[in-house]
Design a protein around this ligand. Sequence first.
Ligand code: AMP
Length: 284
Amino acid sequence: MEIIRRPHLMQQMALSLKRDKFKIAFVPTMGYLHSGHLSLVRRANQLGQVTVVSIFVNPTQFGPEEDYEEYPRDLARDAEMLKDLDVDVLFAPDATDLFPEGFSTTIENPSWGALLCGRSRPGHFRGVTTVVGKLFHLVFPDFAVFGQKDFQQCAIIKRMVLDLNFPMEIVVCPTVRESDGLAMSSRNVYLNPDERKAALVLHRSLQHIETLVGNGEHHGEKLTQALAELVGREPLARLDYAQVVDAATLEPLEKVDRKAAVLLAVHLGKTRLIDNVLLDPKGE
Ligand code: AMP
């Protein structure tokens, strides 16, 4: 595995790989890797001949009151975790190289970026689409692999690739969970033992919603209310939002009569966690 730090060297290597007709599969991450990230790398290995993983804690997707400084970082540990997987390049640029003085061009989907997580994290998705667009121009992937845990992010990136004609395919992988159901996240290290226990409310409540839908409840608003109520029963949890949306458009869904996503964001102390489940009433 080669470690590349400088953006122009990454781009040179990617261009040369493209000239030699190698298919590149790319996994962008913010590091502090866990099994969820590794599942994306394994999928990337199947998709392409060359696997590139990036590790970059992107300052532009954090709000001023958010955890950019505290976000866990350990490049040596991450490199060790990737060593036994078939990773060809670990791209780990510095923030000053990706966002040098004078940087002023952004990519934004203002309407989709204002929904759901965007309501409590203004500017977050502009930061995400801008950095992902930049990374795509440095890595030239044929495939880029993302996790379903960040459902809105996946939807916005798919839309960006479509709208801006990036010649590549976005592949979304299922959420990897701890044995008790908590979705893996680099931010789980912030949770104290009580919050860690309380965090189970996300997956448990979402599972309950799946059961309700299985039992014939298809009313979007009722499901949303039920979800908010379930989260409300956990004293340490503070609901950010609960919403049933059309999986393709992120629009709130009145009736679950097509592919839908049940999305949840919850604060536990200072940590904000997200999770979701997909509903497919036609079983496609
Ligand atoms: P992050 O490092 O948190 O920005 O995540 C990098 C990529 O890993 C994103 O595509 C995430 O959706 C994905 N990811 C994060 N957590 C999980 C998980 N538990 N299971 C699967 N993919 C994940």
